[in-house]
Design a protein around this ligand. Structure first.
Ligand SMILES: [Zn+2]
Length: 814
């Protein structure tokens, strides 16, 4: 008789992972064990896709190069791919170009339409011709184009010439929008940005809709529909009167002159882009849209928006031939694609035996503002009935993560029925939140086993609090699980489940902290915990239990993960508070490997040294290969490492063939000269220093002459000359005297500063070991000064010497 199953024993086996333990597990447990996919970390793929996409800012579609890589990796020609959240035509194109079949759909009818239209856009010539015809229709005494452009007329602040602005900038004052600046290009003076004049304010006021323009529009949008009128009125406030006027006039022309026109679809696509970027939700021209009008926003020239949309759509590859229905794609082995509107059920009902090889998508974010805007824009472009499928998305409960997570879980479970055994699920998106990634990982847990999880934070300093999240890009891969084994596997409930979740979360956080060997923002602790949990069946148990009890699985998981990490404070976890950052760190175990920044620098230097000349993208990709999954370094780190060894230009790195011997000779000569100038003897010595500055001291003899005067020599400073920055070398304790100075090559300064910023503990370590940096540049400056003093020498120490600040201040006065 087999022993009753003991949850704790399975957990510990799972936790230790790795095949050898499988021997100790019997029967049923062994099967459970077999379905836990090993995490095989893959390199992060940097997005290299500058293509134009309709609704891009709202949907952040999967970049074409990322789609291509996963398609090549996980499918063969003829295989079927499913994109259940078709945010753009990028995945469809990537699939067709590689001879695959693809079914793409999206619940939001506006997104589905935009995706389909973008996939089938005609050549640039046709798009431009359509826009030209639209612009040449008459409005009062001028062309429509002249009418719209003139709404943005202004005068150059420099030369007074007439010019149409590209955009205006408004500042919010309570509920009022104050016109503040104009952005324009003057034929004489070039690109400018100036404060607006009284004339500009007057013209903005006069640019509001007149006559029947607005009534005709509102009639179209919400007449006889009291249920939606307040919402639509509120949404129309996202437009300045001037932009509302332009958009309404353009729409009216479409209705009167282009009702049956063959080019109507092209013009609708252009108008959609103008509706999007013409809303007062963009803080700058390149910003992602806010969810309410931001404190400062841009009002783009609507005609320019149409023109840039025409350019963007025209630059795309030729129109695709799409299949008329799903069945056509399913019934062939030749490359074929279908794009449509619908949710998971659509696939379930029409593609049950699809046997897809890959599900590849960038899911919609929880974004009620975009759903509301979709509702407005769908009615605007296609009338009331077309927007009906969006009505459920407007309900208040749809704004909650619990609903979002539940909907995702349902959608992913449905896709699991359409794929063959061992098929992959890949989700990639350029900017996500912790809540979104938690919802995703949990939603996938019942049908898929996590295989790989890569996260890369956005560049730039980010302020982080103890539980503050970094924004960044995600690439996550799962593999379809064998369902029978999953269902048979025993589950944990109640307190046992909570305890297991907490322990496993802490284990995961510690694992990533040790793997990167540096203090980290909370995001990594969180992702380490989440991925560790995803390796077990605990997430399945979370889903099961909370569904049964009607609880919110997503909140439950989030809470237990945080609780687990908090439990770790007592023993293995610690924090480092550094100015604007709270960093998490694993407590004082001997690091088994160098810090991540040192490892990245080594790889980058090796690649540069081997290639001498290498494209920036190529270097980034090569480096990322070496640091997969949660080890993925920020782009910033790779570039800093590269700058330490190579010169950069726009496209490539050129290895600086620096001779370390030459550097040492230069540093040695400089140090000796400065030492002599300051009255020391500079003497070359053997380890631990390369040179010491020696000072002669005279101990006076006794007055009665019994003790003669004595001369002793004392080492005041010890120097080492280093062309490379290597923290490990300097962390070992050494005798306190003499003071040690590391004379560092200038090329290493930025990297050195970055390393000390990443791990503030190093500063302390260096101080404890009695080391201080001395930059070559400051030795040179000291030498140039004929009257350099010993106090000035002290001020020249450090990566950012105190003297530097004084010099800069002096320069200000000169
Ligand atoms: Zn000018």
């Amino acid at each position: 008789m087999s022993k009753p199953f003991a949850p704790q024993s399975l957990l510990s086996v799972i936790a230790q992972r790795g095949a050898p333990h499988a021997r100790n597990v019997r029967g049923r447990e062994r099967r459970v064990y077999a379905i836990l996919a090993r995490v095989t970390a893959q390199p992060f793929i940097p997005p290299r896709d500058a293509q134009f996409y309709l609704l891009r800012a709202h949907r952040q579609p999967l970049p074409a190069n990322i789609a291509a890589r996963f398609i090549e990796q996980f499918t063969q020609p003829g295989d079927l791919i499913i994109d259940p959240f078709a945010a753009s035509d990028a995945v469809v194109r990537a699939a067709l170009e590689r001879g695959r079949r693809i079914l793409a759909a999206e619940v939001n009818p506006l997104v589905a339409w935009a995706t389909r239209v973008q996939a089938t856009m005609p050549a640039a010539r046709e798009i431009n011709a359509a826009l030209k015809r639209w612009g040449e229709t008459r409005k009062d005494n001028e062309t429509l184009r002249e009418y719209v452009e003139k709404l943005y007329a202004t005068l150059c602040a420099q030369c007074g010439a007439s010019v149409n602005a590209d955009a205006f900038v408004y500042v919010r004052d309570g509920a009022k929008n104050l016109l503040a600046e104009k952005i324009y290009t003057c034929a004489q003076c070039g690109a400018r940005r100036d404060a607006v004049s009284a004339g500009d304010r007057l013209r903005a006021d006069n640019a509001a809709p007149r006559g029947l323009t607005l009534p005709l529009l509102t009639q179209r949008l919400y007449a006889d529909d009291p249920a939606h009128t307040p919402r639509l009125k509120r949404l129309l406030e996202f437009y300045t009167p001037r932009n509302l006027n332009a958009l309404a006039v353009l729409t009216q022309k479409l209705e009167t002159d282009f009702r049956q026109d063959a080019a109507r679809q092209i013009l609708d696509a252009l108008l959609l882009q103008a509706l999007d970027v013409g809303a007062a939700l963009y803080a700058t021209m390149d910003a992602l849209p806010a969810r309410a009008i931001p404190p400062t926003f841009v009002e783009v020239n609507i005609w320019r928006a149409l023109e840039s949309a025409a350019r963007g759509l025209g630059e795309r590859a030729p129109a695709l031939r799409l299949a008329p229905d799903l069945a056509t794609v399913l019934g062939t082995n030749a490359p074929a694609a279908w794009i449509g509107q619908g949710g998971a059920r659509l696939f379930a009902e029409n593609a049950a035996d699809a046997q897809a090889a890959l599900v590849l998508a960038s899911p919609a974010r929880l974004d009620p503002t975009f759903w509301e805007l979709s509702f407005l824009w769908t009615r605007w472009l296609f009338g009331k009935n077309a927007a009906t499928p969006l009505e459920p998305l407007l309900e208040a409960e749809r704004q909650r993560w619990s609903w979002y997570g539940g909907a995702l879980a349902k959608a992913l479970d449905e896709t699991a029925r359409l794929v063959r055994d061992e098929a992959r699920l890949v989700v990639a998106f350029p900017s996500g939140s912790h809540a979104m990634i938690e919802a995703l990982v949990l939603a996938a847990a019942s049908s898929y086993a996590l295989q790989d999880f890569a996260f890369r934070p956005d560049d730039g300093l980010q302020t982080v609090t103890e539980f503050g999240a970094l924004r960044g890009a995600y690439q996550v891969v799962w593999q379809r699980r064998a369902t029978d084994a999953i269902d048979e596997a025993p589950s944990l409930t109640g307190e046992a489940l909570r305890a297991a979740l907490r322990a496993q979360a802490l284990r995961g956080a510690l694992k990533i902290l040790r793997a990167r060997a540096e203090p980290l923002a909370y995001s990594w602790a969180h992702h380490g915990a989440l991925t560790e949990l995803a390796r077990t069946l605990l997430l399945r148990d979370v889903l099961r239990q909370t569904y049964r009890q009607g609880n919110n699985a997503f909140q439950f998981l989030h809470h237990e993960m945080d609780a687990g990490l908090k439990q770790g404070y007592a023993a293995e976890l610690d924090h480092w508070q550094a100015k604007t950052r709270v960093l998490w760190l694993a407590r004082a175990t001997e690091p088994s490997q160098p810090a991540l920044c040192a490892r990245v620098e080594r790889v980058v230097r090796a690649s540069l040294g081997a290639q001498k000349q290498i494209g920036r993208d190529a270097l980034e990709s090569m480096t990322l290969q070496e640091f997969p999954g949660l080890l993925t370094p920020e782009r910033e780190l790779i570039e800093i490492c590269a700058r330490a060894a190579a010169d950069e230009n726009a496209l490539e790195w050129n290895w600086r063939a620096e001779s370390e011997d030459a550097f040492r000779a230069h540093a040695r000569a400089l140090t000796a000269q400065v030492g002599m100038r300051l009255g020391y003897q500079a003497i070359e010595v053997a380890a631990p220093f390369d040179m010491v500055w020696r000072v002669e001291k005279i101990i006076p003899g006794s007055t009665n002459g019994t003790m003669p005067e004595e001369r002793v020599y004392e080492d005041a400073y010890g120097f080492i000359f280093r062309a490379r920055f290597d923290l490990d070398e300097w962390s070992a304790p050494r005798a306190a005297t003499p003071r040690g100075l590391i004379v560092l090559a200038e090329s290493q300064v930025e990297f050195a500063q970055h390393c000390l910023w990443r791990d503030p503990r190093w500063q302390r370590q260096l101080e404890r070991a009695g080391w201080e940096f001395l930059r070559v540049r400051w030795l040179e400056l000291l030498l140039q000064q004929s009257d350099a003093t010993r106090p000035e020498f002290h001020l020249a120490w450090g990566l950012q010497p105190a003297w530097a600040e004084r010099q800069e201040q002096l320069e200000l006065f000169e």
